[in-house]
Design a protein around this ligand. Structure first.
Ligand code: CMX
Length: 443
C-alpha cells in the first residue's frame, strides 16, 4: 500500500465515528430553513452538502483543509528550484488533511508517474472527433471512454462491501488524475499542433510534465502547478463539484463522475468564463487597435457590454463577496512576471473600473473579479493562444478536488442524493398559507 493510501485509511477510521454519531444521535437537529426565492433561485445559501476538503468563506475565500491559499503555497513542498509547490502534494493534503513531507510527496509523484500511460484507444477516440469540436467536449468524452478501466465498477459487480467502496475509488482516482495531463495535451496537439504529440517524461512531476508535453519551457511548469492548485476545489455547491458529487452518489465510478463534472464546468457562467474573458478582452483590443485605452474608453466598453444584455465575464460570484484570492494570487504573479504584457494591462484597467460600474448598475451581488478574470492572460502570455482550451486546464485542476471528495463520500457512506421537488401550485399554496408543510410528503 502506498504511504498516501495508508495515511488515508488511518484518517477514514478516525473520521467515521464522527459522521456516524452525527447521523445516529443528532440526525433530527435542523441546520437551516429554505425559502421560496432559494428554491427558485438556484438554491443559493441552502446548507445541503457536507465536505471537509475545502470551505468557502464569502469574504475570505477558499481554504483547503483549513489552509488559506497563500498558506498552501507557502507550506507545501516544492520541486528543486521551483516557486510553486508540487500538485501531488496538494492531492495528499486534500485527501489526508496533512501537509506532506518531501518523502510523502515523492511517493505520490511516483504513484502518478507509474499510472500515467494512456490506453491506445483514448488517442483514437480523440482522433475521431469531428472538426471544430470544443476541447471540453473531447476532454469529457475521452474520460468517459476510460470507464472500462474502472476498478470500482468491476469490484462492485463482483460484490463489494460498502465499507470498502473507498478503496477501488481511490485506485480509479489516482489512475485517472495521472492520465489527465496526457489526455489534455494530446487534445491540444490534435486540435492546434497537427497531432504532433510530445511524449511524457516519467521523471518529472505533474506540473513539469504537463509543461513539457505542452512544449513550453520554464516557468510554464510553475504556471501549471499554480493553475492546477488554485482550481482544485471550491467546496461542494458549485456546478462542477456538485455534479461530480451528485453523479458519484449513484455509485457511478470516478470516470463517469468526472466526465459529468467536466460537462458542468464547460458552461459560460462557470469554468468556461476563463475563455470568455479572453474573447471579450481581445475584441476590445481589436477595437482599440491594440492601443492602451483611456479609463473613459474602458468604462464605455464595460457599459456597452452591460447595455447589450451580456454579463461581464470574470466578475461576480454566487458565494464570494470580495475579490477572489485566486484572482489575487494570479494578479501578483502577473505583476511580478508579466507587468508589461498588453493583455495584462487591459486586465489591470478593467480591475480598476468594473467593480464601480457593477455597483452603479446595482444588480450583481458581488462586483469583484473571480479567478477566471486572470487565468487566460497568463496562458496567453506563455503562448497558449487557443483560448477555448483554457477550461480544460481548469478541468484538470478541479478533478483533483472532486476525486478527493468522492473518495471521502464513499469512505463515509454518504447516501444517494435525492432532494424533493415541489410544484408551482404547491409553492403558491405554501405562500398563501393554504398548504401546511406537514401536508407535503418528504419522500
Ligand atoms: N456582469 C453582469 N451582470 C452580472 C454579473 C456580471 N459579471 N454578475 C452578476 N450579474 C447579474 C446577474 O446576471 C443577475 O442578473 P438578473 O437579476 O438580471 O438575473 C444579477 O446580477 C444578480 O446575480 P448575482 O446573484 O450577483 O449572481 P449569481 O449568483 O446569480 O451568479 C455568476 C453568479 C458567477 C454566474 C455571475 O456573477 C456571472 O454571470 N458572472 C459572469 C460569468 C463568470 O465570470 N462566471 C465565472 C464564475 C466563477 C467560476 O465558477 O468559474
Amino acid at each position: 500500500m502506498s504511504k498516501l493510501k495508508e495515511k488515508l485509511y488511518e484518517k477514514i477510521l478516525e473520521w467515521r465515528p464522527r459522521t456516524n454519531r452525527l447521523v445516529n444521535e443528532f440526525g433530527d437537529v435542523p441546520v437551516g430553513t429554505i425559502t421560496i426565492s432559494q428554491l427558485i433561485g438556484g438554491m443559493r445559501g441552502v446548507r445541503s452538502l457536507v465536505t471537509d476538503i475545502s470551505y468557502l468563506d464569502p469574504l475570505e475565500g477558499i481554504r483547503y483543509r483549513g489552509y488559506t491559499l497563500p498558506e498552501v503555497f507557502e507550506k507545501l513542498p516544492k520541486p528543486k528550484g521551483a516557486e510553486m509547490p508540487y500538485v501531488e502534494g496538494l492531492f495528499y493534503l486534500l485527501l489526508t488533511g496533512e501537509i506532506p513531507n518531501e518523502s510523502e510527496v515523492a511517493d505520490v509523484v511516483d504513484e502518478f508517474s507509474k499510472r500515467r500511460i494512456l490506453p491506445r484507444y483514448v488517442y483514437e477516440v480523440i482522433d475521431s472527433f469531428p472538426c471544430c469540436s470544443h476541447p471540453m467536449a473531447i476532454f469529457s468524452a475521452a474520460i468517459t471512454t476510460m470507464q472500462r478501466e474502472s476498478f470500482f465498477s468491476r469490484k462492485y459487480a463482483a460484490g463489494l462491501n460498502k465499507l470498502d467502496y473507498w478503496d477501488p475509488t481511490y485506485e480509479d482516482a489516482l489512475n485517472l488524475l495521472a492520465k489527465l495531463p496526457e489526455v489534455a495535451t494530446y487534445i491540444y496537439a490534435k486540435l492546434y499542433r497537427d497531432g504532433k504529440r510530445i511524449q511524457s517524461n516519467p521523471s518529472l512531476d505533474l506540473g513539469a510534465n504537463f509543461a513539457h508535453m505542452m512544449g513550453k519551457p520554464s516557468p510554464y511548469d510553475d504556471v501549471s502547478r499554480m493553475n492546477f492548485i488554485i482550481h482544485a476545489d471550491h467546496e461542494s455547491g458549485n456546478v462542477s463539484a456538485h455534479t461530480g458529487h451528485l453523479v458519484a452518489s449513484s455509485l457511478a465510478d470516478i470516470y463517469l463522475s468526472i466526465s459529468s463534472m467536466v460537462n458542468g464546468l464547460a458552461g459560460p457562467l462557470h469554468g468556461l468564463a476563463n475563455q470568455e474573458v479572453l474573447r471579450w478582452i481581445l475584441a476590445f483590443m481589436d477595437k482599440m487597435n491594440d492601443e492602451i485605452p483611456t479609463e473613459a474608453e474602458v468604462k464605455q466598453y464595460v457599459w456597452d457590454t452591460l447595455h447589450s444584455g451580456l454579463v461581464i465575464p470574470g466578475y461576480g460570484h454566487a458565494v464570494l463577496r470580495k475579490t477572489d484570492p485566486r484572482y489575487t494570487i494570479q494578479r501578483e504573479f502577473c505583476l511580478k512576471r508579466l507587468p508589461d504584457d498588453n493583455v495584462f494591462k487591459y486586465v489591470d484597467l478593467l480591475y480598476k473600473v468594473v467593480p464601480d460600474i457593477l455597483i452603479e448598475q446595482g444588480k450583481a451581488k458581488n462586483p469583484w473579479p473571480n479567478l477566471d478574470a486572470q487565468t487566460g492572460v497568463i496562458q496567453w502570455h506563455y503562448g497558449i493562444r487557443e483560448f477555448d482550451f483554457y477550461t480544460v486546464l481548469f478541468g484538470i485542476g478541479r478533478s483533483i478536488g472532486i476525486t478527493a471528495n468522492i473518495i471521502w463520500d464513499r469512505a463515509l457512506g454518504y447516501s444517494l442524493e435525492r432532494p424533493k421537488s415541489l410544484t408551482t401550485e404547491m409553492l403558491e399554496k405554501i405562500a398563501f398559507g393554504t398548504l401546511g408543510d406537514d401536508e407535503i410528503p418528504n419522500e
